[in-house]
Structures are given as C-alpha cells and as structure tokens.
Design a protein around this ligand. Structure first.
Ligand SMILES: N[C@@H](CCC(=O)N[C@@H](CS)C(=O)NCC(=O)O)C(=O)O
Length: 211
C-alpha cells in the first residue's frame, strides 16, 4: 500500500492528483506544516528534504519498501507503477519528460519565488525581487502558451507533465498573471480543471480555506 504524506499545496497536489487519476490504492497522512511536522526526525528519515509531498510504498520494486520524495520523481514512480500517463518508450516518452522537467524546474521554482515575494509584500516584509520573478513567471507562461499551441495537453496526450504543471498554474491569480494574455494556457487550465479526479486531488488532504 502507498502512503501519501502531504498537505494540499501546489507541490502536494501534484501527487494527490496523480494518485486519484491513476486509480492506485493509497492512504493519506496529512502533514501539519504550520507545526513544522515536516522537520521532525521521523519524517526526515523518509524525506531528507523536509518538505511535502512524499510517498512510502511498502510494495515497491521487488516487494521492497521505498520512499519517493521529490514531486517529479513521485509522478514518474506512480506512472511507472500504474502504467499510465507516461509512455514506456519512444519520442512520446521524451516529450512527456521534457515538460515534466520544465514543470518541476521552471514552473515550480518560479511559482514558489513569486509566492514568497507576494506573501512578503502583503505582510510588509522585504520583496525587492517581486518584479524580477513576476517577469520570469510571465516568460514561463509564454513558453507554456507556445508549447500548447495546437495541442490539448502539454505532451500531446494527457500525462504526468500536466499534473506537474497544473497545481502551480491553478494559482495564477495569486501570481497576479493576466490569463487572457495566454489563451492556450487558459483553455488547458479549464480542460484539466474539469476532470473529476483533478477536482478530488486538489482537496487531498482536505483544506477549508478556499485554496
Ligand atoms: N522540490 C520539492 C519542493 C517541495 C516543497 O517546496 N513543498 C512545500 C509545500 S508546496 C513545503 O513542504 N513547504 C514547507 C517547508 O518548506 O517546510 C518538490 O517538488 O517536491
């Protein structure tokens, strides 16, 4: 059985959406980030990075227990375990990995930097780099918009690359992005957001503050 250690944040949601979409059996252990549970020794033993998400699978390769602790690695692990959302070989697999790493790198890092700077500004703290990160974020949305031209999903067919990108792009409002400037991203966002498994995954573990 897979155990998901998470909170419904942009990175946590990548894993919960994939778990819902894949149909794999799992249980959830909600993490109280505000109590710094993610920095406790028992958790650092399974995720040395001290952040969410993390999964532990007691039926990993060869029946061994494995922990997987980077959201991109979690997506790839679950895709390989379920045989869904990542072609086994060929050009189609390469295209999924292109966009998966773009999401795990650019989209996630830039989204996080904008988020921190906006939060700092709104609480009266230093936010000297807000403009710089928003400019970079607009560049990233531009790359996505161009990539989605003539495609329904990032790699052509629905894949783990979409699940890696969606939870950050879903927060475009917080990032103060004008979505009308990126019509392909806007349509893709609506398409992914319509999926019942994605709707469920966004709320795992449940949160009641509207995000
Ligand atoms: N590179 C990691 C980033 C994980 C991450 O930043 N998680 C945030 C929530 S979105 C977190 O756990 N924050 C709590 C902390 O920094 O202690 C991944 O992709 O899994």
């Amino acid at each position: 059985m897979i155990t998901l250690y998470s909170k419904a944040t942009s990175n946590g949601r990548k894993a919960s959406i994939m778990l819902e979409e894949s149909g794999l059996e799992y249980t959830v252990r909600p993490m109280a980030l505000e109590k710094k549970e993610q920095k406790e020794d028992w958790y650092l033993d399974i995720n040395p990075n001290g952040r969410v998400p993390c999964i532990v699978d007691d039926d990993g390769p060869g029946g061994e227990t494995v922990s997987v602790f980077e959201s991109g690695a979690i997506l790839q692990y679950l895709a390989e375990k379920s045989g869904k959302f990542l072609p086994k070989e060929g050009a189609a697999r390469i295209e999924v990995l292109n966009w998966l790493y773009f999401a795990a790198g650019h989209i996630t890092h830039t989204g996080l930097c904008v988020h921190w700077q906006v939060r700092n500004r709104d609480s009266g703290k230093e936010h000297a780099h807000l403009e710089m990160w928003q400019e970079e974020n607009n560049r990233v949305y531009g790359v996505l918009d161009r990539g989605l031209e003539g495609r329904e999903y990032l790699a052509g067919d629905l894949s783990i690359a979409d699940f890696a990108a969606y939870p950050w792009i879903y927060r475009y409002d917080m990032q103060e992005i004008d979505l009308e400037s990126y019509p392909n991203v806007r349509n893709w966002l609506a398409r992914i957001g319509d999926r019942p498994a994605v709707k469920r995954g966004l709320q795992i573990p449940p949160r009641d503050d509207g995000f």
